[in-house]
Ligand binder design. Structure first.
Ligand code: FES
Ligand code: FES
Length: 154
C-alpha cells in the first residue's frame, strides 16, 4: 500500500493506506481520532465534518488520497484559541449539546463559517449549517451560539 503523507492537527502524519479509503476511517480507525463521527456515510448528515486546508469537508466521502500533502483538522485539534475557542465557549455557555453525536461536525462547520464571516446573519448561518443534521434538533441553540461566538470575537 502506498504511503500517504498529510498533516493532521498540526502533526505530519504518514499512513499506509489504500488511496480510496475514506478519510473518516483513516482518522477513526488508524489514528484513533474518534471525535469525528460516522452518521450516514453519504455526505448527507455532516457528522463526519473535518477541515481540509481550512474548508469543511465530509470525511466519509473524501478519499484519503485527496488529503495528501494537505492539512486536516479534526475536533481534537481544531484549537483552543481564536474562533475555535469562541465557538466552544459559546457552545458550553448556551448548553447546546443534547446527545452530542452530531456536535463535533456542527462545531467544525461553525468554526469554518466564522473563520470566513465574523458577522453572519441568520441566513448565513442557516446556509453554512444546512448540511449538518441534528436528530435532537438543537438548531436554535446552535444558531444562538454562533451569534454569541461572533459577538465575542468582535
Ligand atoms: S457521515 Fe459523512 S455526511 Fe454523514
Ligand atoms: S445533539 Fe443529538 S444528534 Fe445533535
Amino acid at each position: 500500500m502506498p504511503t500517504i503523507n498529510f498533516t493532521v492537527n498540526g502533526k505530519l502524519t504518514p499512513i499506509d493506506s489504500d488511496p480510496d479509503t475514506p478519510l473518516l476511517w483513516v482518522l477513526r480507525d488508524t489514528l484513533q481520532l474518534t471525535g469525528t463521527k460516522y452518521g450516514c456515510g453519504m455526505a448527507l448528515c455532516g457528522a463526519c465534518t473535518v477541515h481540509l486546508e481550512g474548508e469543511p469537508v465530509r470525511s466519509c466521502v473524501t478519499p484519503v488520497s485527496v488529503a495528501a500533502g494537505k492539512k486536516v483538522a479534526t475536533i481534537e485539534g481544531v484549537g483552543q484559541a481564536g474562533v475555535a475557542k469562541a465557538v466552544q465557549t459559546a457552545w458550553r455557555r448556551l448548553d447546546v449539546v443534547q446527545c452530542g453525536y452530531c456536535q463535533s461536525g456542527q462545531i467544525m462547520s461553525a468554526v469554518a463559517l466564522l473563520e470566513k464571516n465574523r458577522k453572519p446573519t441568520d441566513a448565513d448561518i442557516d446556509g453554512a449549517m444546512s448540511g449538518n443534521l441534528c436528530r435532537c434538533a438543537t438548531y436554535v441553540r446552535i444558531r444562538a451560539a454562533i451569534h454569541e461566538a461572533a459577538q465575542s470575537l468582535a
